[in-house]
Design a protein around this ligand. Structure first.
Ligand SMILES: CC(C)(COP(=O)(O)OP(=O)(O)OC[C@H]1O[C@@H](n2cnc3c(N)ncnc32)[C@H](O)[C@@H]1OP(=O)(O)O)[C@@H](O)C(=O)NCCC(=O)NCCS
Length: 174
């Protein structure tokens, strides 16, 4: 199956897409477009097989506090103002296409965007809030839980996760 990944267009038909998480489906159908085309808050990338949308990833510029950086050695070398990262805000693969490598392809595309941000504006890595069922998926790609955000979290809460820019560049090479 040949997959193309490109930014969402206003003409893309999002109504048939379902990843099995109603909140994500609702976001994709009703808010991804206005966030991108009107409000300019985020950009959604779609994975297409022909005209059919098989998956999407929404990214936005984000920031991280020094105390949240998991690597203690790196943390000591960083300044104490907000640090630039790329935020993976939403990710979903259509139920009929899950397990076929599309999530990994979308992440690979997000990693390329993080490298472009690194080279044009600075980027320490990629952060995301992983749903409990998706934590293992992100761990497989090298993400680690963020520091300092564990206390007070409730069972079932998303896990904030981080992939350092160097690890991400190495993952793309490997
Ligand atoms: C999580 C999700 C994005 C993964 O996408 P996908 O296309 O099914 O994943 P891939 O086929 O690219 O899988 C890549 C690897 O991760 C593994 N994987 C996929 N989903 C996983 C999960 N939930 N837990 C553990 N491992 C998982 C695959 O087995 C594969 O491993 P392999 O390379 O060793 O074979 C997709 O299942 C989905 O949309 N789920 C519902 C919505 C959701 O949870 N989104 C994430 C919100 S944080």
């Amino acid at each position: 199956m040949a997959i193309e990944i490109r930014p969402l267009r206003p003409t893309d038909d999002r109504s048939a897409f379902s990843c099995g998480e109603p909140a994500l489906d609702r976001f994709f159908e009703h808010y991804a477009g206005q966030n991108q085309f009107k409000l300019k808050l985020a950009v959604t990338y779609v994975a297409l097989a022909g005209e059919r949308i098989m998956g999407f990833a929404t990214v936005a510029v984000g920031s991280l506090e020094r105390r949240e950086v998991p690597d203690a050695r790196l943390r000591r070398r960083l300044p104490s103002y907000p640090l630039p990262v790329l935020r993976l805000a939403r990710l979903g693969v259509d139920q009929g296409a899950q397990g076929a490598g599309i999530g990994r392809m979308l992440l690979r595309h997000v990693f390329l965007l993080a490298l472009a941000q690194r080279d044009t504006a600075g980027c320490l890595g990629v952060v995301t809030d992983a749903k409990p069922d998706a934590v293992a998926f992100y761990e497989k790609l090298g993400f680690v839980p963020l520091e300092g955000l564990r206390e007070g979290r409730l069972h079932g809460d998303p896990t904030p996760m981080f992939l350092d820019i160097h690890a991400l560049a190495a993952a793309l090479d490997g």
